[in-house]
Design a protein around this ligand. Structure first.
Ligand code: HEM
Ligand SMILES: CC(C)=CCC/C(C)=C/CC/C(C)=C/COP(=O)(O)OP(=O)(O)O
Length: 313
């Protein structure tokens, strides 16, 4: 939908509140993104001045939020159709699409420049690339083009620990890419569970999510396959440079729970009670958030213990 037609059907209010602009930053989703960036930054084997570290995380958060605003600008037409998203600031008539676009671009430029100045140019460039990946590659291109949209696009959400590490060290190494791999493999089960319990949202909006193109049964099986691969990766990571006994214990428990959840989803029958299916899918989605948070929390604990001769193997 063009700006003009959106304007025609939505009476934009004169003054959007601070809360409306804040909502454009997708703060709830970005909170976990920012946490993974923080772990990337703190797990690096260098000492970062607390003020520099704080600024780095702040600018990564602003960059992530800016990419969320640009996503909402581009997707305003489908957001106004889906129940889950119709109350967002643009479809709700609080902020005009053009304003959201300008806000998103301004914050993107600001965050990239400030991160480069506060830390290093490499980190700034990587943040710019991540924003580009989420906004252009995922949102503008893949999301409406292929059911593999989130498998490939998931890379955008997996880059933040790499940005955090580069902000701290000015270089890359294996450890942040292990964190990348974990988030990358986690994204499909995380998202497809939501696509299942949001039922017809994506059908209505004509977005080619797996649930729409290949059906709910195929999506359930995809969740199971990715969860098995994720479990192998997450547990295997326990024996690498970012792992250690604490991480491994956390990973074993969480992956067992996640596998049980994925099996329950895979075994659901579409003819079964819709309320029961909803509950199982929603619980799995919630567990996915705890799953990533605790894996990164464990990576952080291992890293913070290392200077004391503890942590790691
Ligand atoms: C391309 C990859 C991803 C896709 C397509 C995706 C999709 C989604 C969607 C559609 C929602 C519902 C959001 C809403 O209604 O506001 C959601 C929720 C969420 N996502 Fe993701 N996600 C992705 C990657 C990530 C990553 C990498 C993280 C964190 C590292 C993350 C963290 C969250 C959190 C914390 C929520 C819950 C927000 C709440 O409490 O409402 N997501 N995700
Ligand atoms: C630092 C930086 C730039 C981070 C970017 C992080 C990132 C790519 C997060 C992706 C998370 C997300 C909300 C995907 C939603 O998919 P969607 O946009 O299809 O969901 P929607 O239907 O809720 O809009």
């Amino acid at each position: 939908m063009t700006d003009a037609s959106l304007h025609a059907s939505t009476p934009y209010e004169d003054e959007a509140s601070f809360g409306d602009y804040f909502a454009l930053l997708k703060p709830r989703v970005m909170s976990l993104v920012v946490f993974t960036a923080l772990v990337g930054l703190l797990a690096a084997p260098v000492s970062v001045h607390p003020v520099v570290g704080f600024c780095a995380i702040l600018f990564i958060a602003i960059g992530g939020g800016a990419s969320g605003a640009l996503n909402m600008w581009w997707d305003a037409d489908i957001d106004r159709i889906m129940k889950r998203t119709k109350k967002r600031p643009i479809p709700a008539g609080k902020i005009a699409p053009n304003e959201a676009m300008q806000f998103g671009i301004a914050l993107s430029v600001l965050s990239v420049i400030m991160l480069a100045l506060a830390t290093n140019v490499f980190a700034g460039a990587f943040l710019a690339f991540t924003i580009f990946f989420y906004v252009v590659i995922y949102t503008m291109w893949l999301k409406r083009a292929t059911p593999q949209n989130i498998v490939i696009g998931g890379a955008a959400g997996a880059f933040p620990p790499v940005i955090g590490w580069i902000a701290a060290t000015g270089s890359m190494s294996l450890e942040p890419w292990l964190m990348f791999a974990l988030t990358f493999m986690w994204t499909p089960p995380h998202f497809w569970a939501l696509a299942l319990f949001m039922r017809n949202d994506y059908d209505d909006a004509g977005v080619p999510m797996l649930t729409v193109t290949h059906g709910r049964r195929a999506t359930r099986l995809h969740i199971l396959v990715y969860t098995v691969l994720l479990a192998a990766l997450a547990i295997g990571t326990g024996f690498t440079a970012v792992g250690g006994p604490i991480y491994l214990a956390v990973a074993l428990v969480l992956n067992a729970l996640f596998l049980v959840g994925a099996l329950r989803i895979a075994r659901r029958d579409e003819d079964a009670s819709e309320a029961d299916n909803f509950k199982i899918e929603r619980n799995f989605f919630k567990l996915s958030l705890l799953y990533l948070f605790l894996h990164f929390g464990a990576i952080l604990v291992e890293a913070l213990l290392k200077p004391f001769g503890l942590g790691g193997w």
